[in-house]
Design a protein. Sequence first.
Lengths: 115, 114
Amino acid sequence: DTGVSQDPRHKITKRGQNVTFRCDPISEHNRLYWYRQTLGQGPEFLTYFQNEAQLEKSRLLSDRFSAERPKGSFSTLEIQRTEQGDSAMYLCASSQGWGGQETQYFGPGTRLLVL
Amino acid sequence: DAKTTQPPSMDCAEGRAANLPCNHSTISGNEYVYWYRQIHSQGPQYIIHGLKNNETNEMASLIITEDRKSSTLILPHATLRDTAVYYCIVRANAGGTSYGKLTFGQGTILTVHP
């Protein structure tokens, strides 16, 4: 068990470019979450998957954002036409189980800087 | 999910116990109390969670009051590496499709000094 991994760890892009982040959850975890964290704030929920189904999306997830989890394993988060306000840490977490048995484990995050 | 209130910052001497309080006066019967911490520039790290009984693991102890309106996270022997932002989160344990997400507040910045 190597934990949740995210790639890349850092990304610098120019405004208007598209970026894609990848998250590899802990093996056999059926739930996968994406959060965004801006400087000085706690993480904010973006979306989550149960297996390959995307069950909830936050209002923070504008139409420039899209997330996928093909085959219920790794997930990708794409941001199209990036804006400076997209600069943040993007965190992925995975979990399994239900109710009080569910604990989310976070990856190290991808730090995005939009110039 | 119920809202939580934590002090913005706390200090603790190395080797002493760190007691981090959290108020969650609107907590519902099916909501758990979770604690995470985040060391600078890293992803949040799970610490402990509980429903109504006190809990202890290798990292910390969680004391929940009988009325469940507040809780305290205890780090028994704080070290410099425990310096981090500590988040207290209340989350429903079942129901609907959205119960899984965690709602983070501002947390408590714990500084452990020599």
